[in-house]
Design a protein around this ligand. Structure first.
Ligand SMILES: *Cc1c(COP(=O)(O)O)cnc(C)c1O
Length: 376
């Protein structure tokens, strides 16, 4: 069976976890966490990056730091993972869903303005498949209406929009290092903070509402409870696992890109015949090969294709059930305008196996089976 995902592993993980243990610092903010934070800051140019226990938690932190209140409205796509909405729903906010663009599956920047009301507080673009949303337009609307922007860049580590790293343009950016993402620590993520004046509040929130970070830097002589907070910092053992991958990030990205390009090339004849659609990457975007997907004609064809590939020992998956159609979405959110593409496109999309170490001959085998399916 060719699995849909294999968690990234480079070989150095055991060694680094051992080093964390030998340094007698396995709790948060040890040497590996610092290395990872530093790497993200250097690679993205963000003012500050803080490793977190997940992207979900990074987004929750952003909602808390923005002081999102009950009844506030937050604009986001419905075609996304539940955490994008939950982080704000936990604060009593109402997710206002906007339709997606079928070419990138990202929220349609031209539909945002009509979703804005006097209650709107933030826009949450989700960079689907590591391909950027139209950030110039989004930032322009945010400044026109004085809204915050939280980028869900869970899938966008090492992706760029007009030369800017995803996660660095909005007030806050959220990365995921879950085992299904390009770089992993099992469960984990990072909060990227654009403006340095918000760093101290974020550190306090992440460290149980204390000024422990300042204490360790020697800036205060004891640490105390200074504000509301929680525990959003991962163990240094998890950070050690991640470090083994960040160190080889370019190699991992190049390897994934090789598979992505091979799929794209080998499936192009089917696209040219109009049988399937393939991902499109706008000119201004550099992506990270997080995902390779195709779009079948409709739900029925996709169901048959999944079964056909399963017979050939190939695991393919789909997502997301649009949030506004679920029980929670109906109760807690609302859709602005018409669902022209969200549901329709979500029923057509199929994700092919994509991971670090996927072999060329596996990509060819998968592509051949797909061609076979369409030739029958
Ligand atoms: C993976 C993912 C998340 C959640 O990441 P966790 O680290 O598992 O919390 C959020 N949003 C999107 C778009 C994702 O793909």
């Amino acid at each position: 069976m060719i699995g849909f995902n294999v968690a990234p592993f480079t070989g150095k993980e055991f060694d680094y976890i051992r080093q964390a243990i030998e340094a007698e610092h396995i709790c948060g903010d040890g040497m590996f966490t610092k290395k990872c934070n530093g790497w993200i800051e250097e690679r993205t140019g963000t003012a500050k990056a803080l490793l977190t226990t997940s992207c979900t938690h990074a987004t929750e932190m952003a909602a808390l730091l923005l002081n999102i209140q009950p009844g506030d409205e937050v604009i986001m796509p419905s075609y996304t993972f539940v955490s994008t909405a939950n982080a704000f729903v936990l604060r009593g906010a109402v997710p206002v869903f906007v339709d997606i663009r079928p070419d990138t599956m990202n929220l349609d920047e031209n539909l945002i303005e009509e979703a804005i009301t006097e209650k709107t507080r933030a826009i949450v673009p989700v960079h689907y498949a590591g391909v950027a949303c139209e950030m110039d337009k989004i930032m322009e609307l945010a400044s026109k209406y004085r809204l915050a922007v939280v980028e869900d860049a869970a899938q966008g580590v090492c992706s760029f929009y007009k030369g800017k790293a995803l996660g660095t343009m909005g007030d806050y950016g959220c990365f995921s290092f879950h085992e299904t993402k390009n770089f992993s620590m099992g469960e984990g993520g990072a909060l990227l903070i654009r403006d340095s004046e918000h760093v101290e509040d974020a550190e306090i929130l992440r460290e149980k509402g204390t000024n422990r970070s300042k204490f360790f830097r020697g800036q205060v002589d004891k640490y105390t409870w200074v504000n509301q907070g929680s525990s959003y910092l991962p163990s240094d053992m998890n950070a050690a696992y991640l470090w083994a991958q960040l160190e080889l990030a370019d190699q991992i990205t190049a390897d994934r890109m090789k598979s992505w390009n091979a799929y794209n090339e080998q499936l192009k004849p089917l696209k040219d015949q109009g049988r399937i659609e393939l991902p499109s990457v706008p000119e201004d975007c550099v992506h990270n090969a997080h995902m390779f997907y195709l779009k079948a004609k409709d739900l029925e064809e996709r169901t048959k294709l999944i079964a056909y590939l399963k017979e050939a020992e190939i695991q393919t998956v789909f997502h997301y059930v649009p949030l506004h159609t679920g029980e929670a979405g109906k109760k807690l959110g609302r859709f602005s305008g018409v669902d022209r593409y969200t549901t329709k496109e979500s029923e057509r999309i199929l994700r092919l196996p994509m991971y670090y170490g996927l072999r060329d001959e596996q990509v060819s085998y998968i592509s051949e089976r797909i061609k076979e399916f369409y030739e029958r």
